[in-house]
Design a protein. Structure first.
Length: 276
């Protein structure tokens, strides 16, 4: 295992990455996951920067986007067989999991520090922190959020306090969203509705957070879908056989639809002849 890069180098790389646009940052993270070597920045330095406190939350957002856009990030090559593409995709998933885990660990560690900070706040300061977080998420133009604060507010040590405050804010939302000078009533009501909607979503997460780890990340827990899991395993291990089965099922379904259409045409024609 290599030594930690010098702090000044990490700081410089963090600054460089922070100044990137969202798309450029996303592409830099993707290349890092793929193992593409940047001649200017050693990989261990990039790894340290991506999990640094100032970037860990943004990196995790990029990692989640890669997961959602896997086929766009890793398109099938010209002349590449389905089996080859599936093998390359599985290898990339492994690389992504390995690169993402240190980021997850960093975010969790930062969240523990944030929990300690939130616990010692008085009610007014706590309310200010929570309102700032919820407003930031409600007004975000994209799905990314500050994972660190989100995890802290939904942690077992803080969630009951967050929930009580959220209920209070939802009952009297306008008190927390005062009208701005020159703002129309319609625009003001839109901001109030936006904050109330976000509070309702957070209350759903908080309701589950003590029992489900997924809800701490701002995701609703779901029951395991064993049928879907088995199907994914079949696709990974036997892609050609799965493709053949899928085509056979589609063919059968098309045949059934065609038969239904023929039967309906026959019934319409018979009804027309009888009417004449």
């Amino acid at each position: 295992m290599s030594d930690q890069p010098p702090a000044k180098d990490i700081t410089a790389e963090v600054t460089r990455l922070k100044d990137m646009s969202h798309q450029a940052f996303f592409e830099a993270w993707t290349l890092f996951v793929l193992g593409v070597v940047d001649q200017q920045v050693p990989q261990d330095l990039q790894a340290a920067a991506f999990r640094a406190p100032d970037l860990a939350s943004r990196t995790l957002t990029a990692a989640d986007r890669v997961t959602r856009e896997l086929k766009t990030v890793l398109p099938r090559g010209v002349g590449e067989s389905k089996r080859e593409y599936q093998a390359r995709m599985n290898n990339f998933r492994t690389q992504l999991h390995q690169a993402r885990q240190p980021i997850l660990n960093a975010v969790e560690d930062l969240a523990l520090d944030e929990v300690e900070f939130l616990v010692q706040l008085d009610d007014e300061a706590f309310a200010d922190e929570w309102l700032r977080f919820v407003k930031q998420v409600a007004g975000a133009a994209r799905s990314g959020r500050d994972y660190v604060q989100g995890l802290a507010f939904r942690s077992p040590d803080v969630a009951p306090r967050t929930q009580a405050l959220s209920v209070q804010m939802k009952r009297d939302t306008e008190r927390y969203v005062p009208a701005e000078e020159g703002e129309s009533r319609k625009a003001h009501q839109a901001r109030v509705a936006q904050l109330r909607s976000r509070l309702e979503a957070e209350l759903r997460f908080l309701q589950y957070t003590l029992n489900y780890a997924a809800a701490r990340w701002g995701r609703m827990p779901t029951a395991p879908n064993h049928r879907l899991q088995a199907m994914r395993l079949l696709v990974e291990k036997h892609p050609e056989e799965f493709s053949q089965l899928l085509n056979a099922v589609r063919t059968d379904a098309k045949t059934a639809r065609d038969e239904v259409r023929r039967q309906r045409r026959y019934e319409r024609r018979s009804a027309t002849r009888q009417a004449n």
